[in-house]
Ligand binder design. Structure first.
Ligand code: G3P
Ligand code: MG
Length: 249
């Protein structure tokens, strides 16, 4: 099976195609495919009753018509919320998807997926465990696994323990002296860094281990070109159509 460097696309649609559809919804994933993306990134959290859902924030208020903490609601309550109207009226009635529904949609659209494990505080291992169990149960054997990434080292450790066969990416906001040792310890195949903090030095530091560098969240085509030219393998963007066009895809 191809290594992650060969599998990754130059463009990964961030939270779906989040510039033109409500982030982390099935509509955003569909739009990413319609805009030509071959990969999508989504954020995975747990409901109170332990179901994996797509959601970025710990609070419901920004991206739904609910209030309070995601972790205080069961799945059936969360699925009663409107996750589309905040973005635009035409998305009214869009729901918070389960991870199962998102995986099924990606499979039907032939999209590769980067699952960012984004645990609410204190649920780092539990979130990774639930995510891995769903992927293992649902993802076809013949397909390369989704790429699991996280800022949480505890989540990555748990994924490594339970599913060493699933590729892991380390998310960082900025590079530190420990980053290479952490990549080795967690046996990560890729590094995902804030594009504002990327340097040619970081690209060079990854070369001996042949780990690709991915950058988030890049919505400016000129910036994407510059990053590509210094050796960034994948650009994670809210605007896959524009960034794809700039990069020639
Ligand atoms: O996975 C890349 C990126 O999504 C990480 O940051 O806050 O957008 O989830 P955030
Ligand atoms: Mg994310």
């Amino acid at each position: 099976m191809a290594g992650i460097g060969q599998r990754l696309a130059p463009v990964i649609a961030h939270r779906g195609a989040a510039a033109r559809a409500p982030e982390n919804t099935l509509a955003a994933i569909r739009l990413a495919a319609a805009e030509g993306a071959r990969w999508v990134e989504v954020d995975v959290k747990l409901s109170r009753d332990g179901h994996c859902i797509l959601m970025h924030d710990e609070l419901l208020g920004r991206t739904t018509d609910g209030r309070g903490e995601v972790a205080h609601y069961d799945l059936d309550e969360l699925q009663g919320l409107d996750a589309g109207s905040w973005f635009a009226e035409r998305f009214a009635g869009e729901r918070i998807p389960t991870l199962e529904a998102a995986l099924a949609l990606c499979l039907s659209l032939k999209l590769d997926i980067n699952l960012e494990i984004k645990p609410c505080p204190g649920r780092e291992r539990e979130t990774a465990r639930a995510c891995v169990e769903i992927v293992r149960a649902q993802w076809p054997n013949r397909q390369p696994w989704p790429l699991l990434s996280s800022f949480s080292e505890a989540s990555l450790e748990e994924a490594q323990l339970l599913a060493p066969e699933m590729p892991r990416g380390l998310l960082i906001e900025r590079s530190t002296e420990r980053v290479l040792a952490t990549l080795d310890r967690l046996d990560c195949v890729s590094l995902h860094c804030d594009h504002k903090r990327v340097s040619t030095g970081l690209v060079r530091a990854l070369e001996p281990s042949r780990r690709p560098l991915l950058c988030y969240t890049v919505n400016d085509p000129a910036r994407a070109l510059l990053l590509r030219d210094i050796g960034v393998v994948s650009i994670i963007t809210d605007r896959p159509a524009e960034i794809g066009a700039a990069l020639g895809f």
